[in-house]
Ligand binder design. Structure first.
Ligand code: ZN
Length: 486
């Protein structure tokens, strides 16, 4: 391997080793001895982009020169960990967190026995309001971006608070620390506590101020605005329509909100918007649902609501840890996927206690098993269950699709951004114990006693999936740039 510095002096990087991704739901692709060439020339419009992928590569430097004969030896850096002492190391697309409240991070793990509506009042609103203080916001936002990067999250759709200045600060922090992000100032003008509410006009104006800052002043293509009406009960119809108009007028901006999380919430929405057919219809009738809209939770949807979401091309953020923690319910992920709806994973910190998308993927798999236990037919039981490959898909390409960013993110393909984590199952301090006979290069010894069974590479991956954590994430690159080193 070579040591890589944050200040790229090379025009081109070739990453060499085992690449694992999920190009389709349920499909695990493992490519060994593979070279992935990435442009790192800051003066090129291809910077950060995967330019070639060569399987069965023998010489990564030659691969680069074959791709572009004008490259010299000194232009190219080779990142190769295959010569390290062990073989349980691989590149994986960076995780995509499609729903996370950066402002709630200090409350991660603090939720008591609450459910959604009392959780908001007791824990959440007072904390969010306190982040108007820029020093507090700096501490919290810096910490959550570093922590998610350390857990392999290369893209996150963030909620901040209603405050514009600290939201701009969050945009700056994501840019400086090198994380791809959608940054959303929370908008709320109704049914909210006196100490944490805006007028409709204030909300629309400060939202526009943040969008302009991110697009024109910060001007980092990795950090984009996302319009963020908190959820229907805290937004007037006028505010939601205004945000839909802002999305249209500013180039089809992303939108994020919550939908159908908790039964008490659904009843409340019914009483606030009696003219609407359903909770989904509240958003749809305001023009908020399009293909760059991501909806968190969607646990208790009717068939008709799912159909509307599918028709609009909106994505869903499945937040299984949050849904279990604050007793919201079990999202029927397979049912959504079967209808062609894009689903990604969200940590939903701090309804969810973990900002690790690997932890969310595990929980998604377990929640699907709970749903399977309720099915009567054996075939349905099997169908509802998510596999490791399914859960990794949701954590990467599924998330990219839910955010309508799959043209550039979520898997290893030529033309996509190199947003990648390097996972070492046997890193120092790893929680995953791989026994020598379980390694892929192990050849069973001749023995008079029964040799322990060797296992497939997929099984090694499953060991990491269920037992791994941030100690296994030894490098993270976003757009070809190193953003985290263990
Ligand atoms: Zn949320």
């Amino acid at each position: 391997m070579i040591s890589v510095s944050k200040n790229n002096i090379y025009k081109f990087y070739v990453f060499y080793g085992t690449f694992i991704d999920t190009p389709k739901l349920g499909q695990l692709r493992i490519r060994q001895n593979t070279s992935v060439g990435v442009c790192t020339d800051e003066n090129s419009d291809k910077v950060g982009v995967i330019e070639f992928i060569k399987e069965n590569s023998k010489n990564p430097l030659e691969d680069a020169k074959e791709f572009d004969p004008s490259l010299t030896d000194s232009d190219v850096a080779i990142v190769d960990y295959t010569h390290d002492a062990h073989s349980s190391i691989f590149f994986l697309p960076g995780f995509i967190d499609t729903h996370i409240h950066a402002s709630q991070y200090p409350n991660a793990g603090i939720f008591g026995n609450s459910t959604l509506l009392d959780w908001l009042q007791t824990y959440t609103f007072p904390l969010e309001a306190s982040l108007k203080d820029l020093e507090t916001a700096q501490i919290v936002y810096d910490k959550i971006v570093r922590r998610t990067l350390a857990n392999g999250t290369t893209t996150a759709a963030y909620y901040t608070t209603i405050d514009a200045d600290s939201t701009k600060l969050m945009g700056r922090i994501c840019s400086e620390l090198g994380q791809r992000a959608l940054v959303g100032k929370v908008c709320m003008d109704s049914c909210s506590p006196d100490f944490y509410v805006e007028s409709t006009q204030e909300s629309l104006e400060s939202c526009e101020e943040v969008v302009n800052f991110l697009q024109e002043e910060l001007n980092d293509p990795k950090v984009l605005p996302i319009l963020t009406p908190r959820f229907a009960p805290s937004c007037s119809r006028e505010l939601m329509k205004g945000l839909a108009a802002t999305s249209r007028s500013k180039g089809h901006l992303h939108i994020q909100t919550h939908l159908s999380e908790n039964e008490g919430e659904i009843d409340w929405v019914k009483s606030l918007f009696p003219e609407c057919k359903s909770y989904t219809d509240v958003y749809d009738s305001c023009g908020l649902l399009h293909n760059r809209t991501v909806l968190a939770h969607c646990i208790h949807l009717s068939d008709e609501e799912a159909k509307t979401i599918q028709k609009r091309g909106s994505g869903i953020s499945h937040c299984p840890i949050s849904n279990s923690s604050i007793t919201s319910g079990e999202c029927r992920v397979r049912w959504l996927l079967d209808q062609g709806i894009d689903v990604g994973l969200g940590s939903d910190v701090s309804g969810g206690h973990a900002c690790s998308i690997l932890a969310c993927a595990r929980q998604a798999l377990l929640v699907s098993r709970h749903l399977a236990m309720k099915e009567k037919e054996e075939h349905d039981k099997e169908h509802v269950k998510l596999t490791v490959a399914d859960a990794l898909y949701l954590a990467t390409l599924g998330g990219a699709r839910a955010l309508a960013m799959d043209q550039t993110l979520g898997s290893f393909e030529v033309g996509k951004q190199f947003d990648t984590q390097l996972v070492d199952i046997e890193s120092q301090g790893s929680n995953v114990d791989v026994f020598h006979w379980q390694k892929s290069n192990f050849s069973p010894l001749k023995s008079t006693v029964l040799a322990p069974p060797s296992i497939a590479q997929e099984d090694i991956l499953a060991k990491w999936f269920f037992n791994g954590d941030d100690r296994n994430v030894i490098r993270v690159w976003v757009g070809g740039k190193l953003s985290h080193t263990l």
